[in-house]
Design a binder for this molecule. Structure first.
Ligand SMILES: *Cc1c(COP(=O)(O)O)cnc(C)c1O
Length: 225
């Protein structure tokens, strides 16, 4: 791993201020929009640097990696699980996840309910029908929300991922996500990453998931000290 760059909490703090400025410039209220610092692929000490910088919410994409970080660290963070999730991996992180963002099928909801009764989740929707993204079809969202509720889960909102390099389609994905959430009376919309943060905020995001622009790209400066 390239570690010529040392990521300090001061540097993360500076980058967080830039992200908050970007949220404001896009018409959002930085005090109302949760910034989830995505630390996947980074060493545990990057999580420590982010938390010390004021990032109370951290996001991880891989269950094994998150479980290892939880075990290695004693940090006061809310862990968000944002990645595609295999049912058999749910158990390894179940006690530690504050919010599951990527619930996209009934079997996954059932397993989360079994391992973490009453957990808070988002349903991931894939309005662009992009393959390899995860997320259920818009027409399946209402059914999955109802099913998750029947399982005793608390559905807080919806999550979606934009279309790489295509602002117009990304905007349509995020607007569709907000529309669906409104129709279902769901408050949270987890949308937007480093590259499409502004589009997400303008489209009604209540949570953004920012990795690269907060803690660097994976392998760029993973070695925080
Ligand atoms: C990696 C990832 C992010 C963060 O992406 P950046 O471009 O590094 O900001 C956000 N959401 C999901 C689902 C991710 O996998």
């Amino acid at each position: 791993m390239a570690d010529s760059v040392t990521l300090t909490s001061g540097e993360v703090r500076r980058r967080l201020a830039v992200v908050r400025d970007r949220i404001a410039a896009a018409g959002g209220d930085p005090d109302m929009i949760t910034v989830v610092a995505v630390t996947k692929g980074h060493d545990p000490n990057v999580v420590e640097a982010a938390v010390a910088a004021g990032c109370a919410d951290v996001g991880e994409s891989y269950a094994q990696e998150m479980a290892a970080k939880v075990a290695a660290l004693d940090v006061d963070a809310r862990w968000h699980f944002i990645g595609r999730l295999q049912r058999r991996r749910v158990r390894s992180v179940a006690g530690h996840v504050h919010l599951w963002h990527s619930v996209d099928r009934p079997e996954l909801a059932a397993e989360i309910a079994r391992r973490s009764p009453g957990a808070e989740i988002l349903v991931q929707v894939n309005p662009s029908a992009e393959p390899d993204k995860g997320g259920c079809a818009p027409g399946d969202v209402a059914g999955l929300v109802a099913r998750a509720g029947d399982e005793g889960l608390v559905v807080r909102g919806l999550m979606s991922v934009g279309v790489d390099g295509d602002d117009d389609r990304t905007r349509r994905v995020f607007e569709a996500t907000t529309r669906l959430a409104d129709e279902l009376g769901l408050v949270e919309r987890s949308m937007g990453m480093s590259a499409d943060l502004e589009i997400a905020v303008a489209s009604g995001a209540t949570m953004v998931r920012v990795g690269t622009d907060l803690v660097g790209s994976r392998g760029e400066g993973g070695g925080a000290r």
